[in-house]
Design a protein around this ligand. Structure first.
Ligand code: SF4
Length: 336
């Protein structure tokens, strides 16, 4: 019953999104990866540009790494781009560029976990496999007044089992998308719009007027605060850049030299500003300074000079792209 009413509501109320135009698994894959940790409105322009630049798996697999990273620049969680690229290469190498249709094969593709494999299986291949993300956990927790901690894997497995019972015999693609759409448009954080909900008559938390008590989630860890000095060094039309990815963040994206204390490599000419950049697990406080290389010191092997006219063509980590946009005037970088 829930499935029938949910699907009927979805078919009448779904947003017209570009990745819903057909059931192409590559489109579903790209959209699901881009939508992780990212609002749909934010990812849509990236999705459109990506599909124009890399319209199919083969084009994506054969693309240059710099082009892949540049297309993702500003979307965050950059590892997703590299994994998508690696996944496309595997699909070309192992399946001749045809996306596999079986869940057990899909989940072996780099960057595809339980949720994405289930989403692709159900949306693109109509398999009755439940895709359980934060939206879905919230809807089911409220429906059932479930006290189970949604941050635990065992809860996700439990919810997946329930959903697979509910979706049996229905249209798996529309059921999965309907549940996602209900979570995004109606059963929202923090306040659901229950008067618009097609399944409110089945909802225990609605009946008990305690929707805001669900889902139950253990407290997440506070983000760690880190402070750095970011040096802008320009010499003879060249900018000093860093390829030091030893912190494991955003490998492949250029940075400005960023050090955690005053460095023997630089003489600071001028303090410019302080920027804050927030990740899910840490916060960077960045003191931006204009500097020159101290006489007689050797540059770190991570640091390279690039011509100023190349700056805009390179993929940059977002925190430093914002700094460059603020301080490097488009045609006259030496004005600093
Ligand atoms: S009735 Fe309200 S709380 Fe229950 S599932 Fe629908 S929107 Fe969510």
């Amino acid at each position: 019953m829930i499935a029938r009413e949910l699907i009927s509501w979805y078919r009448k109320n779904k947003r017209e999104l570009p990745f819903r135009l057909n059931k192409d698994p590559y489109s579903v894959w790209v959209s699901e990866i881009m939508a992780q940790q990212t609002r749909i409105e934010t990812m849509l322009p990236y999705y459109s540009r990506w599909m124009k630049q890399f319209p199919d798996i083969k084009t994506c697999a054969e693309a240059d790494e710099n082009d892949i990273l540049k297309a993702w620049e500003g979307l965050g969680y950059y590892r997703r781009a590299k994994m998508l690229w690696a996944g496309a290469k595997l699909v070309v190498a192992d399946y001749g560029g045809i996306f596999p249709s079986i869940y057990d094969d899909i989940i072996k593709i780099p960057g595809i976990g339980d949720y994405t494999a289930a989403a692709i299986s159900s949306i693109a291949f109509d398999q009755p496999v439940a895709a359980v993300d934060g939206n879905v956990l919230r809807v089911v927790s409220r429906l059932m007044m479930s006290e189970r901690d949604v941050s635990k894997d065992v809860t996700k497995k439990y919810v997946a089992q329930i959903l697979e019972e509910w979706m049996a015999g229905s249209d798996p693609s529309d059921f999965t998308q309907g549940l996602m759409e209900l979570g995004a448009l109606v059963c929202k954080v923090p306040t659901p719009e229950c008067e618009k909900c097609p399944i409110s008559k089945y909802c225990l938390s609605f009946a008990n007027n305690n929707q805001s008590s669900f889902p139950v989630k253990s407290a997440s860890k506070k983000p760690v605060q880190e402070s750095y000095i970011v040096h802008i060094v320009i010499e003879k039309g060249y900018l000093l850049v860093s390829k030091d990815w030893s912190d494991g963040l955003m490998e492949g994206y250029l940075r400005l030299p960023q050090v955690d204390a005053d460095s023997q490599h630089f003489d600071i000419i001028e303090a410019l500003s302080i920027h804050k950049h927030v990740f899910s697990h840490k916060i960077w406080s960045l003191s931006v300074v204009k500097s020159s290389i101290r006489k007689g010191v050797e540059l770190s092997s991570f640091w390279k000079w690039i011509p100023l006219e190349e700056v805009d063509k390179q993929p940059w980590i977002s925190a430093h792209r914002k700094i460059l946009q603020r301080y490097l005037k488009k045609s006259d970088f030496t004005s600093l």
